[in-house]
Ligand binder design. Structure first.
Ligand code: ACM
Ligand code: ZN
Length: 541
């Protein structure tokens, strides 16, 4: 691909330039078949502000001699490009976008958007501007089916406008899974009708730790927020139009202090507890000995399943201290009665029961890699973040699916000194020793954004961009086509688009740190990211 002519991220699989250009004008017609009307409408609206064009829409018609037309068409013939692949042909007269499924058409539209001049992103009409699109042919499809981003709203609540802003940007780069981390020690962020205290109590904390994990300082300021079920539905519907699946996470049995502050009877000790104000791992977790815990969690998950159409529900399962279980008579009785080996076995028992109740609703469970054991059910989707290499390999070789989110490579909350753009770019999820026939079980890469030290959209944008764009390319473009120099060149142009959109991404000197900064990068884990230039840069806003 000629980087100097156009800049598409993720880089398309096959691209051939042709002679000439297509010029989008006020007279251009978008024709599409019935099933693509929403997507056609999305495209029309996408370009209407900057161009000022109210493009005519029509049904798909046959005939080869049409001019000044953009055609969107589904065809069985392209099933070789998969559920999300597309074919784009542009000449002086026409743009023809075809795909097997509507998701492919949607991704093709994002390519057309990136082929248009950057001014197409402007929020005001440009008069007498020539909307030129180079003639070319593209055949394109993703490397992985799971191109994910995770937002932790447990630590900080951002609200629906920020979520929509992120979803828009994900769609721009053809990402398709929004993993929504909705519960934490520090906050429960989703309305559950049967248990109102989850949000009345669990969505509020007195104050927040500041300065980093080793700091004793707090800000003295309350923090709160949650999504009503109506807002959840609104966001799911918004994401659906962008062909993004929302996978909700209810993190259990650990990371649950906010829920236990509301309902302490489901802990081992009975509490009382408060919603956590510090960010270290907490010892109190759900009691797996008490039957009432399962009743409660199943009722919560019933509402989650009722809200989210996703076939996958994430149940967390990371960082579960076993200390309370060791001394809890109920937990110990459960271990004995079920013939479990120890407290680790108790977590496996917990996972298994939650899995069974979710599969009775036709849903698969997903969890962080700590939920895996040698004998884990292969229906589980594991998310690899830390340790557990052999269990992950074992899971993959028995046909289980894995999403890779390796700590230190994919975590967007880390400083760019620790996780620079080039380190991120060269991260490869496939374990070296994994036989080729098991590669298919790897779903893709997901980049988690943990928000202990991220409090607003400016800080969120800064940590997330441009790093997330790297994962868009790693997840889409074939491995053998990866080229960091080419990526950086294309990124320069893409960042100009983000400037217009108003994304407050990190400075170049930040995301391409010096060697010295990178050497000391490890130590940045323990303190809050400084983001000093962020504040000067955005003061004007
Ligand atoms: C995690 O970072 N605790 C999954
Ligand atoms: Zn217990």
């Amino acid at each position: 691909m000629q980087d100097n002519k156009i800049s598409i991220i993720p880089k398309p699989v096959n691209l051939t330039f042709r002679e000439g250009n297509f010029i989008l004008t006020e007279q251009t017609t978008i024709e599409s078949e019935k099933g693509l009307k929403d997507t056609a409408e999305y495209f029309k609206n996408l370009i209407s502000t900057a161009t000022g064009f109210n493009l005519a829409m029509s049904d798909l018609t046959s005939g080869l001699n049409k001019s000044n037309t953009i055609s969107l068409e589904l065809t069985e013939k392209l099933d070789n490009l998969g559920e999300e692949g597309y074919c784009l042909k542009i000449n002086q007269n026409r743009i023809i976008l075809t795909a097997h499924k509507s998701a492919g058409i949607f991704h093709g539209i994002q390519t057309i958007r990136q082929l248009l001049p950057i001014e197409v992103e402007k929020k005001a009409k440009l008069s007498s501007f020539e909307w030129v699109i180079p003639a070319l042919e593209i055949e394109d499809y993703p490397r992985f089916s799971w191109r994910g981003f995770m937002l932790d709203e447990g630590r900080h609540f951002f609200g629906k406008n920020v979520v929509k802003h992120i979803l828009d940007l994900m769609a721009y780069f053809k990402m398709n899974v929004f993993h929504w981390h909705l519960t934490e020690d520090q906050g429960w962020r989703i309305e559950i009708k049967k248990y109102p205290k989850l949000t009345e109590v669990g969505s509020k904390r007195k104050e927040s730790q500041i300065g980093g994990f080793l700091s004793k300082n707090t800000d003295g300021t309350p923090h709160e927020g949650y999504y009503t079920q109506e807002e959840i539905k609104e966001i799911i519907s918004y994401a659906d139009k962008l062909f993004i699946k929302i996978v909700p996470e209810i993190d259990i049995p650990g990371h649950s202090m906010a829920a236990l502050a509301a309902y302490p009877e489901f802990s081992c000790t009975g509490g009382p507890f408060e919603v956590s104000t510090t960010f270290s791992v907490k010892q109190d977790v759900f009691c797996v000995g008490k039957e009432a815990t399962f009743k409660f969690l199943n009722n919560v998950l019933d509402e989650i399943v009722g809200l989210f159409p996703s076939d996958i529900i994430h149940i967390g399962g990371d960082e579960v201290p076993k200390k309370r279980w060791e001394t809890c008579p109920d937990c110990q009785e459960r271990i004995e009665k079920e013939g479990l080996k120890n407290e680790k076995g108790l977590q496996a028992y917990f996972t298994d029961r939650i899995m069974k109740s979710l599969s009775s609703h036709g849903r698969r469970i997903m969890g962080w890699n700590q939920i895996l054991t040698e004998s884990s059910n292969k229906e589980i989707i594991a998310q690899k973040w830390l340790f557990g290499k052999n269990l992950i390999k074992n899971h993959l070789t028995k046909g289980g699916n894995v999403v890779f989110s390796q700590f230190g490579y994919t975590y967007l909350d880390y400083s760019y000194a620790l996780t620079s753009l080039s380190k991120t770019y060269w991260y490869e999820p496939i374990p070296k020793s994994l036989l080729k026939n098991y590669h298919i079980n790897i779903l893709g890469i997901e980049a988690p954004m943990w928000t202990e030290w991220v409090r607003n959209v400016k800080e969120l944008d800064w940590q997330t961009f441009p790093r997330l764009i790297v994962f868009a390319e790693s997840n889409w473009t074939p491995r053998e086509q990866k080229n960091f120099k080419s990526f950086k060149n294309r990124l320069e142009s893409i960042l100009k688009r983000l400037d217009i959109i108003g994304v407050q991404y990190a400075h170049k000197k930040e995301y391409q740190p010096s060697i010295v900064k990178r050497i000391f990068g490890f130590f940045t884990i323990f303190r809050e990211p400084k983001r000093s230039s962020l504040h000067s840069r955005w003061k004007a806003f």
